[in-house]
Design a protein around this ligand. Structure first.
Ligand code: SAM
Ligand code: SF4
Length: 335
């Protein structure tokens, strides 16, 4: 029943974001381009992932940022740059994931960004490590209008948490979750999801995590299969769960059929304005352009973006990042 309620609420929030000027017709245009496998897309992306910052206060052992292995410079997006993006795409943008390779709450303008996007009627999802102290963030999160909040606890006990996240603040995060749930009360926003990563060090704690989800009264517990190989950077196959049920297909040498809609419907903007095809391009290596220098509409159908889509549509010479991902199996990466 609870799961049904969450799905229902999420679709209501999304529907409200869709029913704004220009967005439905744009949606039809991009879906049409995808179905016809046109490498030039009519319309603009409706899903954006924007990276407020790639800085982080934690050192998670299987995250490129946490490991300090991200090669690009560290920084944060300015509020002006954010507004410039949203002004350009307000008639297409429906769903905004306001996080990527860092802790979004470290951007001093994060709540200005959220309220600006909410004024434009966008659905907002934010993922945080909730490693903050004091009540300021709790109050701001609840007043901001975020639709979906993911709290990446990633582990279920203080011991595995401190080992994996290199942080002694397990209790603080749990207290923060408790307070967010309590102070949200019966308000529908945000939907609160607690996330757990399935890996060797945590697979024995699944029942503890399930109990925690109930005890903390969050709306949903998410169990996500971990990624351990970022195109050869620091591969950690030894960290995979022993139980194959908890391991991504990509690590089981299963052939993956290439079906991906992301380059037609969505895009990623890194903190410095670089445009990337999806969150798997963590370094922004495809050189599609920079939204600080060019408009989204010119980048969206430039030669490199079009070539990228062509390869995916023809399933030939598919970029290396795609071999790590199978959008078709997206749901299978969670249990
Ligand atoms: C890179 S983090 C950035 C946002 C924020 N700092 C957080 O931790 O939620 C985004 C999401 O990726 C997840 N994540 C980190 N490393 C991962 C990995 N190796 N495999 C799968 N998910 C991972 C985190 O749990 C988090 O939910
Ligand atoms: S908190 Fe998020 S961004 Fe920071 S190291 Fe962990 S997973 Fe990476």
């Amino acid at each position: 029943m609870k799961k049904f309620k969450i799905i229902f609420m999420k679709y209501i929030f999304l529907l409200k974001a869709v029913c704004r000027k220009g967005r439905i017709s744009n949606l039809f245009l991009i879906i049409g381009s995808y179905l016809l496998k046109r490498s030039e897309v009519k319309g603009l992306p409706c899903v954006f992932q924007i990276e407020p910052t790639n800085k982080c206060d934690l050192r998670c052992r299987l995250c490129l940022t946490g490991l300090g292995k991200l090669k690009r410079p560290k920084g944060e997006m300015t509020f002006n740059a954010f507004k410039n993006i949203l002004r350009q795409v307000e008639n297409s943008l429906i769903y905004l994931a306001l996080y990527n390779m860092g802790e979004p709450l470290l951007n001093p303008d994060i709540y200005n960004m959220i309220s600006y996007a909410k004024q434009k009627g966008v659905f907002i999802r934010l993922s945080t490590n909730a490693n903050f102290s004091g009540r300021k963030h709790i109050k701001n999160i609840l007043n901001s209008g975020i639709d979906e909040l993911i709290i990446s606890l990633d582990c279920a006990t203080a011991q595995t948490y401190s080992e994996y996240k290199n942080s002694p603040h397990y209790d603080r995060v749990i207290d923060n979750v408790r307070l967010i749930v309590k102070e949200r009360g019966s308000s529908p926003r945000p939907l609160i999801k607690l996330q757990f990563l399935l890996m060797k060090s945590t697979e024995g704690d699944i029942d503890i995590f399930k109990k925690l989800v109930k005890e903390l009264a969050v709306d949903q517990g998410i169990m996500k299969k971990v990624r351990v190989d970022f195109y050869g950077v620091n591969p950690r196959y030894d960290a995979l769960a022993k139980n194959k049920k908890y391991v991504r297909d990509v690590y089981k040498n299963k052939r993956q059929k290439m079906t991906c809609w992301r380059p037609w419907l969505s895009t990623v903007i890194l903190w410095d304005g670089k445009v990337a095809p999806c969150c798997f391009d963590m370094e922004g290596e495809f050189g599609f352009g920079n939204i600080a220098e060019q408009s989204m509409s010119s980048i969206w159908n430039n030669r490199r973006y079009v070539k990228f889509r062509e390869k995916i549509a023809k399933n030939s010479d598919v970029p290396a990042i795609c071999h790590q991902c199978s959008i078709k199996n997206f749901r299978k990466n969670f249990i």
